[in-house]
Design a protein around this ligand. Structure first.
Ligand code: URA
Length: 445
């Protein structure tokens, strides 16, 4: 296997043999292929595409780049969820404790921020002390004891995805169906789950901008799950405007805690969360149908058991559980800058550009511009106006947080530009678009 020959083949639009893909991924994981060659190959594949059989070989090679866990000795049907990436998408932080507190074990391997989107690992690590680097022994023991564990890829678990993910983040090679599918399914299948739910985001703030592409991604992901005997359900959800009001790591944790206190029920954020929870509880065998699962999930928020589960999770993974009860006590929680509506703003917020807001958060320090960047855990903003809200000149549009005060004028300008105002409130659109499983596409409400 000579990397330059494989790059040349992909550059010229030829398919790679499964053996070559396996050898390439093994060599890259071992550090024997440098980032510059892998970047070139990713970009060639991004531009010229990968066939279905190349995508299957890539997923397999990445899945077997480390250990594939067997959790069958632990009780319960283990169910996980993954999102294809969005702006303000803090669903996993809310969902995992809801589902685990309802009796379905949730072993979750998450990713960091990718492109303009945030990542669950970065959000969790903004909780002072929270460890996402548990050993596999700790991972299994915690799952057994608490029914919930959230970690990142390790040297043992999907290490190829850890390296490729970090490289794709900074080389503009994210928005490829085969690369996204291999990335997600390799780490999910490695973690030893029995079933999986997927939130396939569609729209301006997602990697899949069109409904046709989002449908194709959902079908590819579910197809890989089925091929690996792992029942998989995908919900396609709208991602044109941010999900919720907070964008950035710690600000999103704060919003998630409030959501678990019931503060955001009946918002798009919780509509998506409860729909996914319903699917997970049905897959996990504790609800007869996804609708019955949704009702259970709502009850788990209303009676406080889901918030208790988050507090227990944070303490178990070394985090400071006191921030769950008093998030404002965390240093860096006070806003540093207020963005006001321009003098000609009147009427309603008619649009809110999730993609622009995602990049604004990255530029502020909530994400990475190079692989070596460290994120500012407190960087981000909270929208004080969302789509459909009435607005007046000088009203507060957003509050900005973080330590990079030198970047805040630019962030404020980007936030202001992301808003569109008009005389009429827009028609609300349903955040849930469709559901896909082995049985095909169905509508979901
Ligand atoms: N989530 C992942 O884990 N990988 C991708 O490539 C995109 C979203």
């Amino acid at each position: 296997m000579t990397p330059a020959r494989l790059i040349e083949a992909k550059r010229d639009g030829r398919a790679l043999a499964a053996d070559d893909i396996r050898a390439l991924i093994a060599a890259y994981t071992a550090g024997d292929v440098p980032d510059y060659q892998m970047s070139a190959l990713l970009m060639a594949g991004f531009l010229n595409g990968f066939s279905d059989s190349e995508a299957a070989a890539l997923t397999d090679a990445m899945l077997h780049s480390g250990r594939v866990l067997d959790l069958s000795a632990l009780p319960g049907t283990k169910v996980d969820k993954h999102s294809t990436g969005g702006v303000g998408d803090k669903v996993s932080l809310i969902l995992a404790p809801i589902v685990a507190s309802c009796g379905v074990p949730v072993p979750m391997i998450s990713g960091r921020g990718l492109g303009h989107t945030g990542g669950t690992l970065d959000k969790l690590e903004s909780i002072p002390g929270f460890r996402t680097d548990l050993s596999l022994t700790e991972y299994k023991a915690q799952l057994d004891e608490l029914g919930i564990v959230l970690i990142g890829q390790t040297d043992d678990l999907a290490p190829a995805d850890r390296k490729l993910y970090a490289l794709r983040d900074v080389t503009a090679t994210v928005e490829s169906i085969p690369l996204i599918a291999a990335s997600i399914m390799s780490k999910k299948l490695a973690e030893g789950i029995d079933a999986l739910t997927l939130d396939v985001k569609c729209g301006r703030g997602a990697f899949m901008k069109s409904e046709a592409d989002a449908r194709a991604l959902a079908e590819t992901l579910v197809g890989i799950g089925t091929a690996h005997d792992t029942p998989t359900v995908a919900l396609m959800t709208r991602m044109d405007v941010p999900l919720g009001c907070a964008v950035g790591n710690w600000p999103e944790v704060v919003e998630s805690i409030a959501a678990l206190r019931g503060a955001h029920d009946d918002t798009p954020l919780m509509t998506v969360t409860y729909a996914l929870a319903g699917e997970m509880l049905a897959l996990g065998g504790v609800a007869d149908t996804p609708d019955a699962g949704r009702a259970k999930a709502r009850a788990a928020v209303a009676n406080g058991q889901a918030l208790d589960c988050l507090r227990t999770l944070v303490a178990a993974q070394g985090g400071d559980p006191s921030v769950i009860d008093d998030p404002d006590a965390r240093p860096g929680s006070a806003p540093a800058y207020e963005v006001t509506a321009p003098a000609d703003a009147s009427g309603y917020v008619t649009d809110l550009d999730a993609l622009a807001l995602g990049w604004a958060a990255v530029d502020l320090g909530a994400g990475r511009r190079t692989k070596e960047d460290t994120v500012d855990p407190t960087a981000g903003f909270g929208l004080e106006h969302h789509i459909g809200d009435s607005v007046a000149p000088g009203a507060c549009l957003a509050r900005i947080y973080g330590t990079h005060t030198d970047r805040m004028d630019a962030t404020a300008a980007s936030i202001r530009e992301a808003f569109t105002f008009g005389p009429e409130a827009p028609e609300p659109s349903n955040v849930l678009m469709a559901r896909y499983s082995d049985d095909g596409w169905t509508s979901v409400a």
